[in-house]
Design a protein. Structure first.
Length: 100
């Protein structure tokens, strides 16, 4: 958990790097399907959640740079983890369906 905190807390650029693959998957055009797949909504939600978290970290670093104890992360990180896993699962299911 300390490695995760060292990687993400107070470093919105690192968070944007994590959000980038979700953004690519959410808005990348798929030529195989005429309509956007429902899995794209899940990926967009995850991408927007990561972007919101990056913005939140920028605000926290700007307003309270001396904050050592971050209770907000007890809510944010599990939500981000669940949204990310859900988006990845939906995207993989979509790719499997397209290949059939």
């Amino acid at each position: 958990m300390e490695q995760l905190a060292a990687l993400l807390v107070g470093k919105p650029i690192n968070i944007l790097v994590i959000a980038f693959p979700f953004l690519l998957a959410a808005w990348w055009p798929t030529a195989a399907v005429a309509t956007p797949p429902p899995s794209r909504r899940a990926v967009r939600i995850a991408a927007l959640a990561w972007l919101a978290y990056a913005a939140w970290e920028m605000v926290v670093a700007w307003r309270t740079p001396e904050a050592n104890i971050r209770i907000d992360l007890l809510v944010i990180w599990p939500v981000l983890a669940l949204l990310s896993l859900w988006a990845i699962w939906r995207w993989i299911a979509f790719l499997r369906a397209v290949r059939r």
